[in-house]
Write a protein that binds this ligand. Structure first.
Ligand SMILES: *Cc1c(COP(=O)(O)O)cnc(C)c1O
Length: 457
């Protein structure tokens, strides 16, 4: 590589996107309607009004191609955006591959992950509409931290239900949320009917994301409008906000003069993957540009590769609308792998539909092979990745090795969704050879899928 080529492209502040890209304007197939949990009829904006501010509901169902980013949000994006696009030259050399590997570094945000990209606009719209507080759930704490920071910036109270096992075992992210003034409650809790019901069935429950969602949704739904609910992934408006990642990546790749043959992201609920992939998929859909899109999940929570594509609830107690998505069943409690952000039974309906229609290829990896990739990445690029992001790195390395095998100069782009500075106990376990590889039980999934709501759509 000559010294005139770029290793690292950081666009100026003026190139922070002015709009988010809405894939629904170009959707190649029909997106199945979201159904009311009682009537099984398609829901409308009025059904969502108790939970979300109207501007976010409009975005959820909008078919406008570009949705302007409010100046108040763009102003805050300036704190860390545009994020760098980096060519992993040392990793390429270590792999001895002809492939070019690029990554978008979302770990540079104040919260350490991509989640602040949507936390800021969500807090902004709630504030604009006079909402007093926002309830939400968090697993390992990435989303809770992001929303706590955003809530503090816009002076709106944040009420967080944190999966109990993480609350007990991962105190640092809880401390961050509290430092920004958020209230953090271990879930399941006795503060809600849903939490009390779960505790009655199993007093020892260590919680799950699905349970924490039930609690946070209930708090908003019963608040008479003072509290709204916010979610960190999965829904259309969340993926919309995350498209700033892919739009900047498109812009920076054009600056370099390359275009990815493969775009890769890890998937929990699908938001950072959607964020980087959808603006590139726009080119595929409208100009026929050929790109492979790889969505990577843990083999212990294999929603896309082993789950059913069907209507299910987003939460454990069955309070949310019914969403057609890949799911392991809303009762499914995934094994406690270290990539906490990838432990969710469901998946974004946008990503689910695109996988089902063949536009996105899903792949699952065990956690040991991901930590191996993470260490290799760290020792060449100097960044400890989040265990979630290590799934994308594993796939990028495998694609680069396949390119070497075929002697092809592939261009690979992946999203580094966050850093792993609060996940060092997971690295300790990996380095000590103490990580279990697969906790997935097909029987447990089948049991959980048997309780799915009976909807004929
Ligand atoms: C939450 C999280 C994820 C998974 O969530 P998505 O909505 O699928 O992006 C991935 N990486 C990091 C660092 C996270 O915090």
């Amino acid at each position: 590589m000559s010294t005139t080529e770029s290793y690292r492209v950081v666009l100026p502040e003026s190139r922070i996107p002015t709009s988010w890209y809405n894939i629904l304007a170009d959707f190649p197939v029909a997106l199945p309607p979201v159904l009311h949990p009682g009537t099984h009829q398609p829901i409308g904006p009025a059904d969502l009004a108790p939970l979300f501010p109207m501007e976010l509901i409009k975005q959820e169902v909008s078919s406008e191609r570009y949705i302007p980013i409010p100046e108040g949000v763009r102003d805050i994006y300036r704190l860390w955006r545009p994020t760098p696009l980096i060519r992993a030259v040392r990793l390429e050399k270590a792999l001895d591959t002809p492939a070019h590997i690029y990554y978008k570094n979302e770990s540079v945000s104040p919260s350490g992950s991509h989640k602040l990209n949507t936390a800021e606009p969500q807090a902004y719209y709630n504030k604009q509409e006079g909402v007093q507080s926002i309830s939400t759930e968090t697993g390992a704490g990435q989303w809770g931290c992001a929303l706590a920071i955003a809530g503090d910036m816009f002076k709106i109270a944040i009420d967080i239900y944190m999966v109990k096992i993480s609350y007990q075992q991962k105190p640092y992210r809880r401390s961050i949320m509290q430092a920004f003034g958020a209230t953090v409650t271990p879930s399941p809790s006795d503060r809600t009917a849903a939490g009390r019901m779960i505790l009655e069935r199993n007093p020892e429950s260590t919680g799950s994301l699905g349970m924490a969602i039930s609690e946070a949704v209930e708090v908003a739904a019963t608040s008479g409008g003072a509290t709204k609910y916010s979610i960190g992934s999965c829904l259309n408006h969340v993926l919309l906000h995350q498209t700033v990642i892919g739009e900047e990546a498109l812009d920076a790749m054009a600056e370099i003069g390359e275009y990815p043959d493969v775009v890769i992201g890890c998937v929990g609920g699908g938001s950072n993957f959607g964020g980087i992939a959808l603006p590139f998929l726009h080119r595929t859909l409208t100009e026929g540009v050929k790109t492979k899109f790889l969505a990577i999940e843990p083999s212990s929570c294999p929603t896309l590769t082993k789950g059913a594509y069907t209507y299910d609830f987003g939460d454990t107690a069955g309070l949310t609308p019914l969403i057609k998505m890949y799911t392991l069943g809303h009762d499914f409690v995934p094994a406690s792998i270290h990539a906490g952000g990838l432990r969710y039974h469901g998946m974004s309906p946008i990503i689910s539909t695109l996988v089902n229609a063949g536009y996105i290829e899903p792949r699952a990896y065990g956690q040991n092979q991901c930590f191996e990739a993470a260490i290799m990445f760290a020792r060449n690029e100097g960044i400890i990745p989040a265990p979630e992001s290590s799934h994308a790195i594993r796939a990028a390395i495998d694609e680069a090795l396949a390119a070497k095998e075929r002697d092809e100069k592939k261009v690979i782009l992946f999203n580094l969704s966050g850093h792993g500075h609060f996940d060092m106990s997971a690295y300790d376990a990996y380095l000590a050879g103490q990580l279990a590889d697969n906790g997935f039980s097909a029987e447990e999934m089948a049991k959980s899928l048997a309780t799915l709501p009976n909807v004929n759509a």
